[in-house]
Design a binder for this molecule. Structure first.
Ligand code: ADP
Ligand code: GLC
Length: 500
């Protein structure tokens, strides 16, 4: 039997479509920064590959051209840069990255996936086909680098074709892992895209990349990868049946022996109330009362009535169905009549942005809304709100509920996915054993959500209960180390399985 590789033999290529602080639209950006940093601490040589959107290129301090990269006749010309994540406050600074500089595909005004109006870029198949292809080449004999990964770690549909490309390379195989951060996005394109992607016609098969007559990047990754990882144990179970399998439940259930759920951690340097530069006042578990200065700053900044005693709820999210924005819109008129305030920060679907923005006009002084992406304000909301809302229909992991607990801002969350795995509901029993750290509601309807809001308000006014909740949450360890260790163990076990 081959010996199990030592951790120093683990060379991992981490393919991602976003990484903080260069480019971030959601949790994948945070995870792509913090998980590799934590794995490097464990001795894993992990390097990233990412498209060169304008913000990414602008954020690189030093870069060196990778020479000798094979020409790819199906894709527009590009240059590959080798660089490091810029020095920031977070733990990820210095992590090596490869950046694909392909102006025709990536140099444009808008987001990584959509234009400024929120419409998908029409050439996304080619844009992320190139990312997937370059990832596969860097892991193959055709790579011009001296460094070779023995594991390729793909993230979401944007790198889903990498395991397919690797499958069709006629050479030593590397191990590929497909990480699902969100199964709702699958990268589905018409079959005509196949000709652009440089994959053999035989791949367009039910046992391959075909999905109900179309091509699915994510299905390709789930089918061809050696192992599937998702970002919480509960979500790993939920996706194996409808509705949260989003059509892929059959394939996922058939691979259940090769699926692991590992909860995300948080970047505990970036998200630390004791040192957070975006707060009006830093504080620790021993001086939680100082948190009130942030509440005051937040109320002032957002035009809310200044009141230290009224419970202030916060919500920061993409404005999509997933995040339960519709439920929030349904309960807002009721919440506005309760002794409470609400701050909303986010952006997303145009219709939801509009309806949410209208809340501020209708309930001025009680509900404040900021449409947009604002990293600074998101930190102040974590530090200044009393409680954080996450009424998500589904949540593969979720990061804000962990930030909230760390910031002494007990969250109210729908009992699903990673929210269920990371928040301990406040009950007499959990208060007594010191584990209570937030609130869960179980039915995805306005009554259940409002009952949860009422529970938060009641607990907020019970000083002893509230401080226990805050302390329990702040004392929890959400650092990446345990999760990064679990990833390393999976890398090792999948490698040794493949080598057998
Ligand atoms: P998802 O990845 O589904 O959007 P997560 O909870 O995993 O959800 O991560 C969301 C991340 O993006 C968090 O760091 C959150 O603070 C951040 N975020 C989302 N929307 C905004 C926004 N409008 N402004 C600032 N940060 C945001
Ligand atoms: C996704 C999920 C979110 C998760 C994040 C990082 O965007 O929606 O729940 O925390 O990825 O894994």
């Amino acid at each position: 039997m081959p010996s199990t590789p030592l951790s120093q033999d683990l060379n991992v290529l981490f393919i991602t479509s976003e990484v903080y602080p260069l480019i971030k639209t959601g949790g994948l950006g945070d995870v792509s920064a913090a998980l590799p940093a934590a794995l490097r601490e464990l001795g894993v040589d992990i390097r990233l590959v990412i498209p060169g959107y304008p913000k990414v290129l602008a954020g690189l301090r030093y870069k060196r051209k990778v020479t000798g990269f094979p020409e790819l006749s199906h894709f527009p010309p590009f240059v590959l840069w080798s660089a490091r994540l810029p020095a920031g406050k977070g733990a990820s600074k210095g992590v090596p990255i490869f950046v694909i500089d392909c102006p025709i595909l990536y140099q444009r005004v808008g987001g990584p996936y959509t234009d400024t109006a929120g419409k998908d870029w029409p050439d996304n198949a080619l844009r992320f086909g190139l990312l997937s292809k370059i990832g596969a080449i860097l892991a193959s004999e055709a790579s011009p680098l001296n460094w070779r990964p023995n594991i390729v770690h793909c993230n979401d549909w944007q790198s889903g074709l990498t395991p397919a490309y690797l499958h069709f390379f006629q050479e030593r195989k590397v191990v590929s892992l497909m990480a699902i951060h969100n199964l709702a996005f699958q990268g589905v394109f018409p079959p005509s895209a196949l000709a652009q992607l440089d994959l053999p016609a035989t791949s367009f098969n039910i046992n391959g990349i075909e999905y109900y007559g179309d091509i699915s990047f994510l299905k390709a990754g789930l089918y061809y990868s050696d192992h599937i990882i998702t970002v919480s144990p509960t979500y790993a179970k939920e996706i194996q049946s409808a509705p949260l399998g989003f059509g892929l439940q059959g394939l996922l259930a058939s691979r259940s022996d090769h699926i692991s759920g590992i909860i995300n951690g948080i970047d505990s340097v970036e998200w630390d109330p004791a040192t957070d530069p975006y707060l009006a006042q830093n504080y620790t578990i021993k001086g939680i009362a100082a948190k009130g200065i942030n509440k005051n700053a937040l109320q002032q900044m957002m035009g809310l009535v200044i009141d230290p005693d009224i419970p202030l709820f916060g919500m920061v999210s993409r404005h999509t169905y997933q995040k339960g924005c519709n439920l929030l819109l349904q309960v807002a008129p009721f919440l506005s009549k309760m002794p409470a305030q609400l701050v909303i920060l986010g952006s997303g679907e145009v219709g939801l942005d509009r309806e949410l923005a209208a809340l501020e006009k209708n309930y001025s002084g009680k509900i404040a809304v900021r449409i947009g992406f604002d990293e600074t304000l998101s930190h102040l909301i974590e530090g200044g709100a009393d409680s954080f809302l996450m009424p998500s229909h589904f949540e593969p992991c979720g990061l804000n509920q962990m930030y909230s607990q760390r910031y002494g801002t007990p969250p109210l969350v729908h009992a699903t996915g990673g929210l269920l795995d990371t928040v301990v509901d406040c009950t007499p029993a959990t208060l007594a054993d010191g584990t209570a750290s937030g609130f869960l509601f179980y039915e995805m309807n306005p009554e259940s959500f409002l009952a949860g809001i009422q529970r938060v308000i009641d607990s907020y006014h019970n000083k002893e209960t509230w401080v226990s909740l805050q302390r329990n949450g702040m004392a929890k360890d959400f650092s990446w180390k345990p999760s990064a260790t679990a990833y390393r163990d999976i890398y090792l076990s999948v490698l040794s399985r493949k080598l057998k």
